[in-house]
Design a protein around this ligand. Structure first.
Ligand code: GDP
Ligand code: MG
Length: 437
């Protein structure tokens, strides 16, 4: 699926020391292929990768993080932007608020009408009326009645009346007379775009002047969804999109494309057949879902916030001059600790959360290390080589640890200092690597 493919694409960059134009281009070629495979429109995929490429090259010098992670963040930010950026609420003005559903047969209009009525009733304290304007199939009217009964919402229908405009107008009169403040009009769809259906919904639209015209689309229909959205938008100039059936292993390509083709926000998603399976659409969460990377983005952002460039430069100088001591090490630990407790941090690493579910992680994994360092004299901290057996014993006693633990830390410190000198990168980055892998 798309997540796996993007993951593979971004994998190319991992292990590279810095982002170069060559590996960015390679990665983005794979990203583009993954998007195309997920039914994202060709031009959109191309524009997308061009933008990410420009940003990736631009941020090269600034970054202190692993390039792979930075790329993930850039791709995610751009995906979020592509899907509308911010959350787009539903317009509840008008008394009553009139909401018109449009879309092909089977897209999920009737189900979503019920979900929305239930959402407005329970979450927004509204009194909605459902209106059955799918007049061609008696089963359709019945379906809406079943839904209405389930959620305790009244359904307006007229048996035998074959004029959708009339029914909708009568329903609004009924709503005004009976204190309903939202009217949700469910309409008939066809299996494919046809003139008759378009004329009918356009006539209803003109007659009732909805506050919100929503286009409902099955997210599993891929590229077709975009064409359908365009056809409906040309006639209705709708206000928002509802993506249904996002519960299965859907490819998500529709969500990426629709916003850019019709320039209308996605407002809600349907994630199941039950009446409760409705969610406000959050572009950033959808981007997470598409990338399948859990909370890695917030982890990267937190690391960026906490990282002090000035400190890093000073540290680099010390390493170069062989002056990196335990005081600096302590400062580094404190940097990492500012990011949050170890358990939370580990939980944010994709895959790790599950793998380490049963492993006990100390809330403060650095407690012993800090205690040992605090028990050293300033001289010992800056010149660890002077710490002999006698001193080790004293430090172990002072810190409430064992001589083995002191030895272990000294050994780790020595290895780390060597490695840092070798890499000559930002010390914080190296420490992060050692800790996070
Ligand atoms: P309409 O023809 O546009 O009114 O579509 P329906 O509301 O009748 O839905 C068609 C089918 O899709 C029904 O079997 C629904 O139960 C199902 N359906 C609708 N929304 C969702 C959803 O979000 N997830 C799943 N899994 N099924 C859905
Ligand atoms: Mg229906």
């Amino acid at each position: 699926n798309l997540s796996e493919k993007l993951d593979k694409a971004l994998h190319i960059l991992k292990g590279h020391g810095k982002i170069t134009e060559v590996n960015v281009a390679d990665t983005l070629k794979e990203v583009r292929r993954a998007l195309l495979d997920a039914d994202v429109n060709f031009k959109i995929a191309k524009d997308f990768t061009t933008k990410v490429k420009e940003k990736a090259i631009g941020e090269n010098v600034l970054t202190t993080l692993q390039p792979g992670q930075l790329m993930v963040k850039l791709v995610k930010d751009e995906l979020t932007e592509l899907m509308g950026g911010d959350v787009s609420g539903i317009n509840l003005s008008g008394n009553p608020t009139i909401i018109l559903m449009s879309g092909l047969q089977g897209s999920g209009k009737t189900t979503f009408s019920g979900k929305l009525a239930n959402y407005l009733k329970t979450k927004k304290n509204k009194k909605p009326l459902l209106v059955a304007c799918d007049i061609y199939r008696p089963a359709a009217i019945n379906q809406l009645h079943v839904v209405g009964e389930q959620i305790g919402v009244e359904v307006y229908s007229e048996e035998g009346n074959k004029n959708a405009v009339e029914i909708a107008q009568n329903a609004i009169k009924h709503a005004k007379a009976n204190g309903f403040n939202v009217v949700i009009v469910d309409t008939a769809g066809r299996l494919a775009i046809d003139e008759e259906m378009m004329n009918e919904i356009a006539n209803v639209h003109k007659a009732i002047e909805p506050n919100e015209t929503l286009f409902v689309v099955d997210s599993m229909t891929g590229q077709d969804a975009v064409n359908t959205a365009k056809a409906f938008n040309d006639r209705l100039d709708f206000d928002g999109v509802i993506l249904t059936k996002l519960d299965g292993d859907t490819r998500g390509g529709a969500a990426i494309s629709i916003k850019s083709v019709v320039n209308k926000p996605i407002k809600f998603i349907g994630t199941g057949e039950k009446m409760e399976a409705i969610d406000v659409f959050y572009p950033s969460r959808m981007a997470d879902r598409i990338l399948g990377m859990g909370d890695v983005v917030s982890l990267v952002e937190r690391a960026q916030e906490q990282y002090d460039e000035e400190e890093a430069r000073k540290l680099q100088k010390k390493i170069a001059k062989n002056e990196f001591g335990f005081d600096d090490f302590l400062a580094q630990i404190q940097q990492v600790k500012k990011m949050g407790n170890m358990k939370d941090l580990v939980g944010m690493i994709p895959g790790a959360g599950k793998a380490l579910k049963d492993v006990e992680i100390e809330d403060d994994a650095f407690k012993h290390i800090e205690a040992i360092i605090y028990s050293m004299t300033p001289g010992e901290r800056s010149k660890p080589a002077t710490i002999d057996v006698k001193r080790k014993n004293r430090i172990a006693k002072g810190s409430g640890t064992s001589i083995q633990q002191v030895n272990q830390l000294l050994k780790q410190f020595e290895q780390m200092s060597k490695m840092m000198k070798m890499m000559q990168g930002g010390a914080g980055k190296n420490l992060m690597r050692m800790m996070g892998g």
